[in-house]
Design a protein around this ligand. Structure first.
Ligand SMILES: [Zn+2]
Ligand SMILES: [Zn+2]
Length: 410
């Protein structure tokens, strides 16, 4: 945990505590990299899709070892995955653009293909089914999102965005579809019959969206990106508020939401896990000022040639104070702090004015963490949470499946 600049008693309303996930078991020696995973609630086991073109169901046997009860070979590599344990329906999207729907037998020993579509011309990056809307969605690197009727399998409509689609989420009640793209934008589409209207385009990330999580109760969307940032979008608030959650130093690979406990789990490429308290009151980070001189000492920045010439001085690099947004020179922002209320769980640069204020009025700047940080010690490719069981499954890039007890974090 980062050092705080002021030591003071906790005054935050956060209930996050400092518990860590407890490691339960691992399943190693997987033959190929796993692209998607689901932790079963009714059985001790997992469903996976892998680079070896398989769908596998692994169940724990009497000797405590996990063995496959299903190994289904596909014609192409599965790259996107959806599973509903109640209906036992599996949807997989493939690297070649096809989408397949399977049904697992109730004893989890066999799999039957129900239907398939050549939905896309390039790799499928996201699939999901909405039972209440009776729709199956898929999105792809071919820049399209397609929806089919979940009952008949007929294609209903499609929509093309400007960039490669990377992931998607859907709100059944409002029929809003959220699509992440390769440039860091999130498209908000309202799906009506065979057409979709672009409601909004959320632009704050600076690199590809890697994961989206939608919370229909709070009306909030969470996005994780390869720009290392998690953003909380207040969609229902309709004010366009977005809260930056800074806790990672590597690309975010997966987000999972604990809806009842109001926790968001974010994991990155080096295995750093952050569990965010979504009930905590947060402050929107300020916009960055665009100035040509330091707003504290007035030193010109290096592109401000006229002032540099007039004053016979050398220009300096511009930085931005993360808590007030001022444009400042290096000398005027040589302090770092965490500031959880603004989403900075890792230390960030602040200007000397803010630093002095924080020291003079510590009661106004609560620095109690609003997230738990821990290391899973390996880069994680996919993750799934069974909130009722309090269990998290994560699969590493090294093909190891790890199961954690996270009840104390919920
Ligand atoms: Zn300065
Ligand atoms: Zn400042």
């Amino acid at each position: 945990m980062a050092a705080t600049i002021n030591d003071r008693p906790c005054s935050s309303a956060s209930s996050i505590g400092d518990h860590k996930p407890e490691f339960l078991t691992k399943i190693d020696n997987q033959i190929a990299r796993i692209n998607g995973i689901f932790l079963l609630a009714k059985e001790d086991g997992v469903v996976t899709i892998g680079e070896d073109r398989t769908i596998r169901v692994l169940l724990k046997r009497d000797n405590d070892q996990f063995w496959p009860s299903i190994v289904e070979y596909l014609t192409s590599v599965p790259t996107a995955f959806y599973f509903d344990e109640n209906t036992l329906c599996i949807i997989v999207g493939m690297v070649n653009g096809a989408v397949y729907e399977f049904v697992v037998s109730p004893d989890l020993n066999s799999l039957q293909q129900k239907r398939s579509w050549h939905a896309h011309t390039l790799q499928v990056t996201g699939v999901l089914m909405s039972h209440s809307a009776e729709l199956i969605f898929s999105c792809s690197k071919d820049k399209t999102i397609v929806w089919h009727c979940a009952n008949t399998g007929t294609k209903i409509g499609s929509y093309v965005i400007d960039n490669l689609c990377t992931t998607l989420e859907f709100d059944s009640d409002s029929r809003i579809c959220f699509i992440g793209d390769y440039n860091g934008s999130i498209y908000v589409l309202r799906v009506v019959g065979n057409s979709a209207q672009l409601v909004s385009k959320l632009s704050a990330h600076t690199a590809a969206i890697s994961s989206l999580a939608w919370d229909p109760v709070r009306g909030q969307l969470y996005s994780g990106s390869t720009d290392q940032l998690v953003i909380m979008w207040d969609i229902a608030g309709q004010k366009g508020s977005c809260y930056e959650l800074n806790g990672h130093n590597a690309r975010i690979s997966s987000l999972v939401l604990a809806r009842n406990a109001s926790r968001l789990f974010s994991i990155d490429d080096v295995g750093h896990l952050v569990v965010w308290d979504l009930k905590a009151k947060r402050i929107v980070a300020p916009g960055w000022h665009e100035k040509d001189n330091c707003e504290i000492c007035d030193a010109p920045f290096f592109w401000n040639v006229r002032v540099m010439w007039d004053r016979k001085t050398v220009g300096v690099r511009r930085h931005h104070c993360r808590t007030c947004g001022q444009s400042v020179c290096g000398n005027c922002c040589n302090n770092k702090t965490i500031f959880p209320a603004m989403g900075f769980e890792k230390e960030t640069r602040i200007c000397n004015t803010c630093h002095t204020k924080m020291q003079q009025y510590p009661e106004q700047f609560d620095l109690t963490p609003l997230a738990i940080q821990c290391e899973l010690n390996k880069g994680v490719a996919a993750m799934h949470l069974q909130e009722e069981l309090g269990r998290l499954v994560a699969v590493g890039y090294d093909r190891t499946i790890m199961i954690w007890d996270v009840r104390k974090l919920l």
